[in-house]
Design a protein around this ligand. Structure first.
Ligand SMILES: Nc1ncnc2c1ncn2[C@@H]1O[C@H](COP(=O)(O)OP(=O)(O)OP(=O)(O)O)[C@@H](O)[C@H]1O
Ligand SMILES: [Mg+2]
Length: 320
């Protein structure tokens, strides 16, 4: 069987500006049909990585393949079937939305012009297409950016913060739009600094911090890896702590004024502990599961103590 190349494969991507390491060795694999979230706080290196993916800037180290092709070596040919925007999409403000798309379609060639009406329909801008872009709201510009990408009839969309700056309804509409495009068979890589947005849209994520990927994989696996902890209050917490420590399968036991905390992987272990407590003469008052929310995990990954410093020794060369 011949291996089909992934829509995106990046290995060891790094970018340094003087002594600032914007991206410090990022590996990414985006598979067919993924709606892949590239998640990280401001300054984490999302935009810089996306620029490298699209061949807009040259990596200091590492390489990218889009459907198996290197955008630095193959230029426009590597971008066949690939579209999107990095940072905010840009348009001529004194021209209409439609005229802007016409100019882009002419640059692109092919049958891009024949897709303009459909693209405007998909992003629900048809009624405003004759108006100048200068009068568009931020959300309308983002949608026009998506329409411009659709002119290329993409198999892969790379979208840098498509929903940032939109109001809640605009965000919801943008999510629904991206979901529809993905359901229609387009692979999507989108960046965001909002976990909730990525959680709603994406199957897989890479979480970046200071240019490093601190997690890559399914969000469900991240949730599962957090494990389950519990808090217990009883008629005798001191004795409860001793019983919990002696109970098979129970770990991470500690006691504080709020009760006894412990970790247990599975309902049977929790049930067995409750029986053991009662048999020891300890009365149960409350037993509360404390599953870490995805938000807790995200902040722990992106705001906790760092393993590596983001700033490198002075660079020999400052690349572009
Ligand atoms: N052209 C440049 N020259 C110097 N430093 C740069 C340049 N581009 C990016 N950086 C630095 O690289 C780091 C990553 O920036 P980048 O824009 O990729 O982050 P981001 O994750 O997209 O952030 P945001 O969420 O704010 O868009 C930042 O510290 C930034 O200042
Ligand atoms: Mg950015």
């Amino acid at each position: 069987m011949i291996a089909v190349p992934h829509p995106i494969e990046a290995r060891g991507l790094a970018k340094r500006y003087g002594d600032v390491v914007a991206v410090a060795g990022v590996d990414l694999t985006v598979r067919y049909g993924d709606v892949y979230g590239f998640l990280g706080p401001n300054g984490a290196g999302k935009t810089t990585t996306m620029r490298m993916l699209l061949g807009l800037i040259r990596p200091t180290a590492g390489a990218t393949r889009l459907f198996g092709r290197d955008p630095l070596l193959e230029g426009a040919r590597a971008l066949d079937g690939v579209a999107g925007f990095v940072e905010a999409p840009r348009f001529y403000p004194y021209l209409s939305g439609r005229r802007n798309l016409e100019l882009l379609a002419d640059l692109d060639g092919g049958d891009a012009r024949s897709r303009i009406d459909e693209a405007l329909d998909v992003v629900e801008l048809a009624p405003r297409a004759a108006h100048k872009v200068g009068g568009y709201s931020h959300g309308m510009r983002q949608r026009l950016g998506l329409a411009a990408a659709l002119l290329r009839d993409p198999r892969l969309l790379i979208l840098d913060e498509p929903a940032t700056g939109l109001d809640p309804a605009g965000m919801r509409d943008m999510r629904a739009l991206i979901r529809r495009l993905a359901d229609g068979g387009i692979t999507v890589l989108l960046s965001s600094h909002l976990l909730a947005e990525v959680d709603e849209l994406c199957d897989r994520v890479a979480i970046v911090r200071s240019g490093h990927v601190v997690y890559e994989g399914a969000l469900d696996d991240l949730r599962a890896a957090a494990g389950s902890s519990y808090r217990l209050t009883t008629t005798d917490d001191e004795r409860a702590e001793r019983v919990a420590r002696a109970q098979p399968g129970v770990g991470g036991v500690s006691r504080d004024p709020d009760g006894v905390r412990f970790e247990a992987a599975g309902d049977e272990i929790v049930a067995a502990l409750s029986v053991a407590l009662v048999e020891s003469g300890v009365g149960l008052l409350t037993l509360v599961p404390r599953t870490a929310t995805l938000e807790d995990l995200f902040f722990a990954l992106t705001e906790g103590p760092e393993a590596e410093a983001p700033v490198a020794p002075p660079a020999v060369e400052a690349g572009t």
